[in-house]
Design a protein around this ligand. Structure first.
Ligand code: PAF
Length: 288
């Protein structure tokens, strides 16, 4: 595996692959790699001729400095995992390399996440989705035309990134965003880099997140519960636990994301949860 420390070198490597007629797959990451990331790489390898990844812990998307400071990651271990999983090239960079036109981090112009940035993560993590879209724009421009792989767990992020890919199309950067299923542990807990911070007891408590999502699915499918309010109250009841602080337990439609409470029948409803367990923020989602 080729390991590159600058976006400029990475861009040149990607250009060479395309010039050789190869279809490129790209997996953007912030490190702290787990089997969820490796499943993205696996999908990329199945669909593309050659796969690359980025590791960049993006400070722009952390609205909470403590969250950034404690974000898990072991660069050498991440490199080893990527190499073993068949990644052909990995690149990293610094904020200064990604944004050479500005002197200071505060001068970096933040891109708008667009309409999909409304509500949920947009509401509870101000600036987060702006930070995501700002760096993903640079990552996409670095790699160039490719298939780019994202996990469904960060569902709102996938909407925002799809929107960005549409906006890049007229500039000639054709990115096909591929959303891959959530990967779960034996208890149903969605894999996340932040899980590394959970102790044994907290990990057992965190299993309630998936149970709550399943509760909403059962209510929708078996009990024919049809209002967002009733589905949400089932999730809240299932999440009740002294260690869990609920940020949101919400029902949204995939196709009418911007309408918080659309009138009429729910179509393709999706349950989305964000909670804190001892200051560790976990999110998960399930299509009902
Ligand atoms: O999902 C992530 O790991 C990050 O948000 C991403 C897409 C790598 C951007 O920093």
């Amino acid at each position: 595996m080729v390991s590159l420390n600058s976006p400029r070198e990475a861009a040149a490597w990607c250009d060479r692959q395309r010039q050789a007629g190869l279809q490129l797959g790209f997996v953007p990451t912030m490190g702290g790699l787990h089997d969820g990331h490796l499943s993205l790489l696996e999908q990329s390898r199945a669909q593309c001729d050659v796969s690359c990844a980025s590791i960049f812990l993006n400070p722009l998307q952390f609205n909470d400095p403590a969250d950034l400071a404690t974000y898990p990651g072991d660069f050498d271990q991440d490199l080893a995992r990527l190499a073993q999983a068949g990644c052909a090239m990995v690149f990293t960079g610094t904020l200064a390399q990604f944004f050479p036109e500005v002197e200071e981090e505060r001068d970096i112009p933040r891109l708008s996440p667009g309409p999909a940035g409304k509500g949920l993560e947009g509401r509870y993590r101000p600036g987060h989705l702006e930070g995501v879209v700002t760096i993903v724009d640079r990552l996409f421009r670095t790699v160039g035309p490719c298939h780019a792989y994202f996990g469904e767990k960060d569902f709102q992020q996938t909407l925002v990134v799809r929107d960005l890919a549409e906006r890049l199309r007229p500039c000639g950067t054709r990115i096909n965003v591929v959303v891959c299923p959530v990967i779960r542990g034996p208890s149903g807990l969605a894999l996340s880099s932040r899980n590394q911070r959970l102790g044994v007891r907290q990990r057992a408590t965190a299993a309630k997140i998936h149970q709550a999502l399943q509760c909403a699915r059962t209510a929708w499918r078996n009990d024919r519960v049809r209002t967002p309010e009733a589905l949400e109250s089932r999730m809240r009841a299932a999440l009740a636990h002294p260690e869990i602080v609920i940020e949101y337990a919400s029902i949204r439609e995939e196709t009418r994301w911007t309408e918080h409470r659309p009138a009429g029948k729910l179509s393709r409803p999706r349950a989305l949860i964000a909670v804190y367990i001892d200051n560790i923020r976990l999110i998960d989602t399930l299509l009902l």
